[in-house]
Unconditional design. Structure first.
Length: 535
């Protein structure tokens, strides 16, 4: 039986068919639907699911589950892996007891990412971790199942690396049998396995490298060659293979293609076999040329290898980009379908939703802030403060950095900073920065925009709203209580609809010494409409 699924939904299906028992996540597009779906179905299947406070805690939660022998999945976007690295890197050394899959969703072209165009494949050499790269929703499901099998076989966590086009494409996916063993995990003490202290940690690294060497035979099986003719070949991975396949089909080109399914470890024997009769090879991969570099090391100097000299290192690949590059090698203009660029669609900037409480807050801040105030941005819907008509965002880096960077600016030159941060982001990474600001005596005004939900990534719950990821009631953690407990000297909670109270709070706090916190609490307008419609 087949069912039309998103790539992210297919990952959930693959996890269910693998018998996953424990799932943790932090919502970050393009991975968000994985957590959303598990939140809806986990209790039905007897699976434990949680939206963690941030990716580090999600990773640590998953590690605890794995150490207790449960089949475990943890999902996040690319920047989330950065947050989780402190726990993730030693986890790869200790290895997994319960099979563990880590879904990391990259975002080439930054459709939903305001920080950088990060390529998570770069962690392969740093972490010595196996990485699978599906090209579509069917492979997203199949590779999830394979990832669990590899993790169980080699006792290592396995990364399933997707991109926006894989996570958010739809296609008919073959549905299999779900068979989940409902059992409690048990942590059995074993210092030799779970404690990363020298000299044992160095032995762990050696054991990991041996596992990766053995795993190469599995990588070879995932490297598929499409037979063709001629001395020109193409090596692809992930969604790039779909672009190559379509360009070849549209132009009736019979060129041999090697599709790599496992990025780390690479299938070196299959690569050598593929290029042995070639004179030229085009490497089609998105972002940095990691495969290109490896192929050059493997193949030597006799083979002419093209890659980032013909294809861009910035942004997603497309049929057009592949056709232009390949056309130079076959020495003719290749046909491609019309693109959005050809259609000349007018450029539109993102805007806040109608009725969003941030409209009021931004207006009040802009009106009340003294001349020369620095406005700190953070990750959430309020990033739109940087666009017209608001234009109150002078820096934007990462989760929680509105406070951390603002503290540095204030201490460096005494300039007034207003840091804007959302409720979910505050819980994620704002609290340590708040403590640092209080402890090191910053004159900083922090605006916590509490819209009662994690809005930007699809309305997931957070610790401030009294619901868990599966919809159960939970302790509602008050942001103002945390601010006071962290030592903030001036704390006030306002409803932004009361414009006078909001403006008075800004006027009162803007020039006070020490760290001040205004919590602006008003439900997300779109989420409120969803609640009323019960959807």
């Amino acid at each position: 039986m087949k069912k039309i699924l998103l790539g992210n939904e297919a990952i959930v299906q693959g996890a269910l068919e693998s018998g996953v028992q424990y799932v943790s996540a932090y919502p970050g597009t393009p991975s968000s639907e994985i957590g959303i779906v598990f939140g809806k179905i986990a209790q039905k299947h007897g699976i434990y699911f949680e939206f963690a406070v941030n990716e580090k805690t999600a990773m640590e939660s998953a590690i605890g589950s794995s150490y207790s022998g449960l089949k475990t999945l943890v999902s996040m976007k690319n920047f989330g892996l950065n947050v989780a690295l402190d726990a993730f890197l030693p986890f790869v050394y200790t290895g997994a007891k319960g099979a563990t899959v880590i879904v990391v969703a990259d975002d080439p072209s930054c459709h939903s990412s305001g920080q950088s165009e990060e390529n998570s494949r770069g962690f392969a050499d740093l972490a010595h971790v196996p990485i699978l790269e599906p090209q579509d929703a069917q492979e997203a499901k199949d590779f999830t199942i394979l990832a669990f099998k590899l993790s169980e076989k080699y006792s290592v966590p396995v990364i399933l690396r997707t991109t926006t086009r894989v996570a958010h494409q739809r296609m008919p996916v073959e549905i299999g049998i779900i068979n989940i063993e409902n059992k409690k995990g048990e942590f059995v003490k074993n210092k030799n396995k779970f404690v990363t202290m020298p000299p044992r940690v160095l032995e762990m690294k050696g054991e990991l490298l041996k596992k990766l060497e053995t795993m190469k035979k599995d990588s070879e099986k995932l490297a598929l060659i499409s037979r063709g003719k001629g001395k020109l070949g193409i090596i692809t991975s992930g969604v790039a293979n779909l672009h190559v396949t379509e360009v070849l089909r549209k132009n009736n080109l019979n060129i041999p293609v090697l599709k790599i399914g496992m990025f780390n470890p690479l299938p070196e024997k299959k690569i050598l076999s593929f290029v042995s009769d070639m004179k030229e090879v085009l490497i089609a991969e998105e972002l940095e040329g990691f495969i290109e570099k490896k192929v050059k090391e493997i193949a030597g100097c006799k083979l002419k290898i093209y890659g980032k000299d013909l294809l861009p290192e910035i942004g997603e690949l497309s049929n057009e980009k592949i056709a232009l590059a390949l056309g130079k090698l076959v020495k003719k203009k290749l046909f491609v379908k019309r693109t959005e660029k050809d259609l000349k669609i007018p450029l539109r900037y993102p805007r806040l939703c109608q009725g969003c409480p941030y409209w009021i807050v931004f207006s009040a801040i802009k009106k009340m802030a003294p001349e020369g105030t620095i406005f700190g941005g953070d990750i959430g819907c309020y990033m739109l403060a940087g666009f017209a008509p608001h234009e109150i965002q002078d820096y934007l880096l990462s989760m929680g950095s509105s406070i951390g960077v603002g503290h540095g600016i204030n201490k460096a030159g005494g300039q007034k900073v207003i840091a804007l941060i959302g409720d979910s982001t505050f819980f994620h990474a704002g609290i340590p920065a708040l403590i640092n600001s209080v402890y090191n005596k910053s004159d900083l005004l922090i605006f916590v925009l509490d819209n009662r939900i994690t809005a930007m990534t699809g309305h997931q719950p957070n610790p401030g709203m009294g619901l868990t990821g599966t919809g159960e009631s939970a302790k509602e953690i008050k942001i103002e209580d945390i601010a006071k407990a962290c030592g903030a000297e001036n704390v006030k909670t306002v409803d932004p609809v009361n414009m006078q109270e909001l403006q008075d709070a800004i006027r009162d706090f803007i020039n006070k010494k020490g760290t001040s916190v205004i919590v602006s609490r008003r439900i997300c307008a779109y989420y409120e409409r969803k609640l009323k419609k019960n959807i």
